[in-house]
Structures are given as C-alpha cells and as structure tokens.
Design a protein around this ligand. Structure first.
Ligand SMILES: [Zn+2]
Length: 212
C-alpha cells in the first residue's frame, strides 16, 4: 500500500524488507526484523525505512540515524527514585540525539550527589566537580574530572550546545559516580559486606566494601 506525502512514498513492505539487525530503543533487545515500511522519492530512490521489532514498536532509519536508538549507558538499580528518573532521562536523551539535555541533566545529578556527599549548596558546577574529585573520586579520575569541568562554563551564562561525545562523556562519568555512591554500597549491603555510611564517611575511593 502506498502513502504519498510531498512526493515521498511510504510502502508497507511486510516480509519484503531485507533483514536489518539493530538494538531496539524500546525493549533493548537485538532485533533482526524484515517487517516494516520503506519510502522512496518520486525518482524511485530509497530514502528511509521503518522497521518493526518483535516487541511491536517502530524504529526509524535515515542514513546513519536511528530513532529511537537504545538508551546510552548502563541501567542502575539502586538509586533513589529521583536520581533514577534523572539518570534514565539523561540516558534516554541520547536516544533522540538530545545531547545538550543529557549534559544539563547529568550536571544536575552531579551537583545533587556532591551536596549529598557534603558539599555546600548554591555553588557553581565546577566547584561541585572539584568537591567530588577531592572527596569521592580517586586520583586516577583526575583527567576525566578535568574534562567534565570544562563543561561547566557558568561564568557568563552562555548557551552552549553539546555534541554527542560530550554527552557520552558526562553520562559515563555520572554512571561511574552513581555506582560508587549508590550502587556498590547497596550491593555490598546486600551481600553482607560492611560499607561506610554516606555523608559521614571518609573518602569513598573505588569500590569500598565489596568483597573480591
Ligand atoms: Zn523491541
């Protein structure tokens, strides 16, 4: 069946599409679908595809773009509801190429974690990054911290558009921090290992309390 809009023709091609392997942004599984739709222009050139995953949801492909793509980063299970909502939101921003939103959300998380770990409220982003570097992370993270700090251009309230690499970098950094502050201590608790109490603990360096 054809649907024509502005000389672009979408065709229902159930069982006629060449198989495509992709990570589904809805169910997170690898899909090898042949079901979906393709579109051509009025010169019969292929423009884009929609593949249907076995979970029933559609994924749009145009050149190298996949929408939605899978959430970026690892799913974490021992966060507070608020932090989990923000962290998953940042991961999902990557699915729709909303890199600046991902960066802004991660910055919010980093500031929140810094305050939770004892930093004074109302500071600049770079101050919180420094606090995390000095009180939560190890020396091995220094170069990473320096990169994250450059994303904290608070001085003149510039609007700055982030690119994909920057967004990935800050999500990776946030993921690591959340594992140290929330994930590993909770896992240690569940396995019966002793773990320092947050806020009153000395520096949390590495995976404190997790048995080898
Ligand atoms: Zn799926």
């Amino acid at each position: 069946m054809f649907k024509s809009i502005n000389n672009i023709y979408w065709t229902d091609s159930t069982n006629a599409l060449s198989s495509k392997s992709f990570s589904c942004g809805y169910c997170g599984k690898e899909s090898h679908s042949t079901h979906g739709y393709y579109c051509k222009d009025n010169q019969n050139r292929y423009l884009a595809y929609i593949y249907l995953c076995s979970c029933g949801n559609p994924t749009f492909f145009y050149n190298e773009t996949q929408v939605p793509s899978p959430a970026y980063g690892e799913e974490l299970h021992h966060l507070t509801p608020e932090i989990k909502t923000l962290y998953d939101g940042a991961r999902n921003c990557m699915s729709i190429n909303a890199y600046s939103s991902a960066v802004l959300t991660c910055r919010k998380i980093l500031m929140h974690v810094a305050v939770k770990e004892g930093a004074t409220e109302g500071q600049k982003f770079v101050t919180y990054v420094d606090y995390l570097s000095e009180n939560v992370l190890s020396k091995k993270h220094k170069s990473w911290v320096d990169t994250i700090r450059t994303m904290g251009n608070d001085e003149n309230h510039d609007i700055r558009v982030a690119n994909q690499n920057e967004a990935k970098m800050i999500i990776d950094f946030t993921e690591m921090l959340l594992k140290i502050v929330y994930e590993y201590p909770e896992k240690a608790k569940q396995t019966g290992a002793s773990t320092p109490t947050s806020n009153t603990s000395p520096k949390i360096i590495g995976i404190t309390g997790v048995k080898p």
